[in-house]
Design a protein around this ligand. Sequence first.
Ligand SMILES: Cc1cc2nc3c(=O)[nH]c(=O)nc-3n(C[C@H](O)[C@H](O)[C@H](O)COP(=O)(O)OP(=O)(O)OC[C@H]3O[C@@H](n4cnc5c(N)ncnc54)[C@H](O)[C@@H]3O)c2cc1C
Ligand SMILES: *[C@@H]1O[C@H](CO)[C@@H](O)[C@H](O)[C@H]1NC(C)=O
Ligand SMILES: *[C@@H]1O[C@H](CO)[C@@H](O)[C@H](O)[C@H]1NC(C)=O
Ligand SMILES: *[C@@H]1O[C@H](CO)[C@@H](O)[C@H](O)[C@H]1NC(C)=O
Length: 523
Amino acid sequence: MLSPISHLPFVVLILSVSVATSATHQESFVQCLNLNSDKTFPFNSLIYTPNNPSFTSVLDSSGQNRRLLVSSAPKPKFIFTPTRDSHVQAAVICSKKLGIHFRVLSGGHDFEGISYVSEIGGVFIVIDLIKLREINVDIKSNTAWVEAGATNGEVYYRIYEKSSVHGFPAGVCTSLGIGGHITGGAYGTMVRKYGLAVDNVLDAKIVDANGRILDREAMGEDLFWAIRGGGGGSFGILLWWKIKLVPVPSTVTVFTVNKTLEEGATKLLQRWQEVAPYVDHNLFIRVLIQRTQKTITTLYNALFLGEARELLKIMKTSFPELGLRRNDCLETSWIKSVLYFSNFPSGTNPEVLLRGKSLVKTFFKGKSDFVREPIPETGLEGLWQRVLEDDSSLIIWSPYGGSMNQFSESDTPFPYRNGTRFIILYLSAWQEGDKNAAKHIDWIRNVHNYMVPYVSSFPRGQYVNYRDLDLGVNTKNSTSYREASVWGYRYFKNNFDRLVKIKTKVDPQNVFRHEQSVPPLPV
Ligand SMILES: Cc1cc2nc3c(=O)[nH]c(=O)nc-3n(C[C@H](O)[C@H](O)[C@H](O)COP(=O)(O)OP(=O)(O)OC[C@H]3O[C@@H](n4cnc5c(N)ncnc54)[C@H](O)[C@@H]3O)c2cc1C
Ligand SMILES: *[C@@H]1O[C@H](CO)[C@@H](O)[C@H](O)[C@H]1NC(C)=O
Ligand SMILES: *[C@@H]1O[C@H](CO)[C@@H](O)[C@H](O)[C@H]1NC(C)=O
Ligand SMILES: *[C@@H]1O[C@H](CO)[C@@H](O)[C@H](O)[C@H]1NC(C)=O
């Protein structure tokens, strides 16, 4: 909502006042940082206020959803870009001391922009970890220490640099920040073979609510459990993850095959629901559903951890209906499969992964579902009707099963494990600005409502990494358990109660809070 022109003088007045207060906030913050970390460090050089010419470009390159970057969205008083762990510690201590609300940003992909927009708490700042992106890969021990601001693409690249037979099972899009991504679970093309990224972390370093740096041993197993799936921004600031590398073959196979409605997409997708969650764990076949002209196209987009010859054998016995041919298959390396899945043109060098941020940004809204029983043909037909109504939508079905079945609901905060056939991501992404935002958002709410009978229920699950503020928000500075439990159970099922207990213990003052942070119980 833009202010009407007639209010312009008023707006200018407010702006000049806020510039003045942001200067005071900045001054006291910098003084406090100097007192609490490095006495002589020129912290002003790491701070961007709205009157700094780079403010908008820094914010716009860090935030990834243009819907939350419009000029009417609340802006931080300033952005702080620490270059050392001790700066992050001091930032927590000083924010507390000065009563400044802060948000933490790693890759900036939060669906609702809560790493750079705050609707609670009045004045806020952003602690942007963009300059903390070191990655140290140790092939001998099959591990790596990764700093929170690094992207998953950079992690894949640094592993590839040292070995062609190691990989890491995190997200598909290669610009996700390791700090915000892994804390919510994190799945990708190797989810059926190796589970979530959180199943493959060994240690971590966080800054806690008192500004201390804690590793796994120091934080204890409760808190270490909570940060592996309990969602970003509730339990501390992740500084480092220690990840376990996983073996990948030197040759993998990828393919993308499509079917339109006229070519029998409905029957095929019914079959996929029976096959994809149970087939060989080395095979991940996801389905992208999109309107194309007057029909719907379903794209079967797959990674097989092995050679084409073996893949064709498996497909012939398990999924002959797809009609996969040798010509559809591309044998390649694991790192090239990463580029293939994130849609880089063929022939792109892996070095592109070091570029970090994604280049194409859209306005978007997303939602998710988990499915345990196959969706019948009538269900799919109603879905097609709705997909035909929006030209900017994309629905992605990713199969689980395999390794995911070896976990019980409470092993990690992410509960959608044993028996979950697949996850659905609904996206509406548009380029035309605010103009049609309401239309696209209505569309996604409508399609999500339509799916109720076919997806998980009591509670209807959603994925915390696909954050959705339609589920409810923390309206006050300190949220009530009742308010939060509405969305809490949907993201975490009964794990929510354990997360609340841990939160109450480690952050009773709710230093780490946002629209959907886990609340502490009143003490
Ligand atoms: C285009 C796109 C593709 C995606 N693909 C996948 C996918 O394939 N698989 C998948 O699992 N998910 C996927 N996601 C979802 C993604 O995992 C989440 O959006 C994730 O939270 C992004 O992390 P980030 O650091 O980039 O985001 P941010 O916006 O920086 O952070 C997300 C949340 O974590 C908090 N946070 C950030 N850094 C830290 C930190 N260091 N310590 C503590 N809290 C922190 C933030 O405050 C915020 O609440 C995708 C998202 C997008 C937009
Ligand atoms: C939250 O607290 C801050 C100060 O810490 C205050 O400025 C703000 O108005 C409060 N917000 C609400 C909704 O109470
Ligand atoms: C579907 O496959 C055909 C044949 O391979 C190809 O020409 C077409 O572009 C594909 N459609 C989409 C939407 O990818
Ligand atoms: C998964 O579910 C099956 C069937 O309900 C059950 O037999 C098995 O023990 C479960 N495994 C785990 C790890 O919970």
